[in-house]
Design a protein around this ligand. Sequence first.
Ligand code: C2E
Ligand code: MG
Ligand code: MG
Ligand code: MG
Length: 283
Amino acid sequence: HSKASGRRRAQWFDTAMEDALLRKRRIERDLREALRTDALDIHYQPIFDARDQSVSSCEALARWRHPQLGAVSPATFIPIAEETGIIVELGEWVLRHACRDARRWPELVRVAVNFSCKQFQQPDLVARVEAALCAASLDPGRLEVEITESTLMQDTEDAAAKIAGLRALGVRLSLDDFGTGFSSLAYLNSFPVDKVKLDRSFILQLSQSPKALAIVGAVAQLTDELGIELVAEGVETGEQLALLRGKNVHLIQGFLFSKPKPREEIDLLFAGRRADSLLKVVA
Ligand code: C2E
Ligand code: MG
Ligand code: MG
Ligand code: MG
């Protein structure tokens, strides 16, 4: 029986692979179409300062509602966009729209945009960012570019040049998903970043793992001494918040304060607040 069932299994495997491939092709095709027709969307997630509930920045996160499949998660479409190169165009789309949206917010609030590796490696990246800022009339100091350690590792010389170019414009740089890669305190010395974002996987361990908590404390102390801001990503519980604050981590991004929200809701959040006042916001 083993031969027959083996064949059946192989066949099933082929079919499953074919399905996955078809689905991927379909998503690729429809994603291109969505970009062409402006059918993508951006949600923004505020980052709070737990000390006074003020909002210092909002992260732009791509959203896609497929006409038949419904909402497709970034966890699905971003990897496909990266594999196919669509991410370069998608990233530029998000950048241009995010800069325009941020113009409506109080002047103290920055917008953070994720750049994938391929996008960051474009030879004319710095000029593209400058053009997007110009087109939106957004002060470069209000844009934060988020990259990951893997982007830095790909081509360290090129990355250093890009970072220097962006900083010369006045744009700020954040190291995203810190704690997932080869982190890499050495990077903090070699690459001048303004902000480090502790990955959610780390925050998830806080309450069970004294070691994770100790590492967070050490990173907090180090970034503080280097003049780098530290953000905790994916904070969902009051317990996590308390543990983080105990380690002097006060910048918080997570469902506890706010989920990513459509532009209109973010506008409402800021409505009526003076640019120079403390942005006391209750999620
Ligand atoms: P990221 O840059 O690390 O963004 C943070 C992710 O954590 C977002 O997921 C956000 O919704 C989620 N998150 C925030 N707080 C919480 C929380 O308290 N609990 C949980 N469970 N999740 C939380 P999202 O929007 O699904 O995006 C996933 C990833 O997709 C992003 O991770 C980023 O790497 C990528 N991505 C999204 N938009 C873009 C884009 O425009 N360009 C590029 N290159 N990548 C993007
Ligand atoms: Mg990010
Ligand atoms: Mg992140
Ligand atoms: Mg992350």
